[in-house]
Design a protein. Structure first.
Length: 361
């Protein structure tokens, strides 16, 4: 199959077939493909579930050169909302609506084959647009990355019922990490993509507040303070760095809104105060849970009552003899024998006495 593809590519390059595949040159590297070419590049599946949207949007960010993708997801009143932010090449202003048209792509000569099929036929964003209530570019710019927002009602497009369980990472026969067990939910879709692109593209998944906290923490550590002094508008910064410019809760809320992340004033204050922690990348979480989670310290609950019951050895022996004497009356009436000494177990809030019995013959 690969030899055949190489032969086709060679013939196309020698014959100038590239011009025959293009219906319209849209400028800035974008073209509209002819129908025959779009059909040739058909994907393995259409958008049938919310999880399909996640995979297609992550592939889109990867193909735009992103090595970090942030996915904020919520569900309210039966509507699933997904916000994707990346540090890829971005979308020119005049293309931000047209990229959702059928057969529009920037990947004329760079389509990618991965485990989900061919990507770059100009149909993924179009299919998402057709199957959702909202799909749009929130903000983007050339070399500044992008923020996309997708909203879909549950009765319009289904999703897995369990959206909280995480899969486990195991090694396959080739020694590569793959997801095992767990429902094929949004989390698993993000994990499968991240493992497929291990060390190539990190994915961060969480609620809008968790993703905002992650963006803020990473941008604050990455941005040069002296550079910020000469920036008047956050739109001059890459999309994933813009929250680093927030000076107070009001700024934070405004910038979040410009990224498609809705934030309350209370939540903004909590993030700025460090009360909402950044999330780890999904691969870091997966592989750490598998390899070293047993060594991770458990959180300490200072309010938990840790008082326990302790009984001295001499008192325990005296108590054992006393219950054994009292047991003899019962044993006589019911023809029972006590096998060994009574077993006494003391826990934090309980004393358990066990008698091993044998009936008389």
């Amino acid at each position: 199959m690969s030899d055949a593809n190489e032969l086709i590519s060679f013939i196309a390059s020698m014959s100038g077939e590239g011009n025959l595949r293009v219906e319209e040159n849209l400028g800035e590297g974008y073209v509209r493909l002819r129908v025959s070419e779009a059909e040739r590049r058909q994907a393995k599946h259409d958008i049938q579930h919310v999880e399909d949207i996640v995979i297609e949007m992550l592939r889109n960010a990867r193909d735009a050169g992103a090595d970090k993708v942030y996915l904020a997801t919520t569900k309210e009143d039966g509507v699933r909302t997904l916000v994707f932010l990346d540090n890829g090449s971005g979308v020119p202003q005049d293309m931000q609506e047209r990229i959702f048209d059928a057969r529009v792509t920037s990947k004329l000569e760079s389509m990618k084959m991965d485990r989900w099929g061919v990507h770059g036929r100009g149909m993924a964003l179009f299919s998402i647009k057709q199957n959702t209530d909202e799909a749009r570019v929130v903000t983007s710019g050339v070399d500044l990355g992008s923020a996309f927002k997708v909203s879909v009602a549950a009765d319009h497009l289904s999703e897995r019922a369990d959206q909280s369980s995480w899969p486990q990472a195991v090694k396959d026969e080739d020694g590569r990490y793959v997801c095992a067990r767990g429902p094929h939910n949004i989390i698993r879709a993000a994990c499968e993509f991240a493992l497929e692109e291990l060390r190539g593209c990190d994915v961060y998944l969480g609620s809008p507040s968790e993703i905002a906290a992650t963006l803020y923490a990473q941008a604050s550590s990455r941005l040069d303070t002296s550079r910020l002094l000469f920036i008047d508008d956050e739109s001059e910064l890459p999309v994933v760095d813009r929250l680093g410019l927030a000076s107070d809760a009001e700024d934070f809320i405004r910038i979040c809104s410009g990224l498609g992340l809705e934030m309350s004033e209370r939540t903004a204050h909590r993030i700025l105060a460090g009360q909402i922690k950044p999330v780890r990348g999904v691969t870091a979480r997966l592989l750490r849970e598998r390899d070293s989670s047993s060594h991770a310290p458990a959180p300490v609950d200072l309010a938990k009552d840790r008082r326990g019951l302790r009984i001295a050895k001499d008192d325990m022996a005296q108590f054992s003899r006393a219950v054994e004497r009292d047991f003899n009356d019962l044993a006589t009436r019911y023809y029972l024998n006590l096998c060994g000494d009574p077993k006494i177990r003391v826990s934090r809030d309980r004393i358990t006495v066990t008698f091993d019995l044998a009936k008389e013959e």
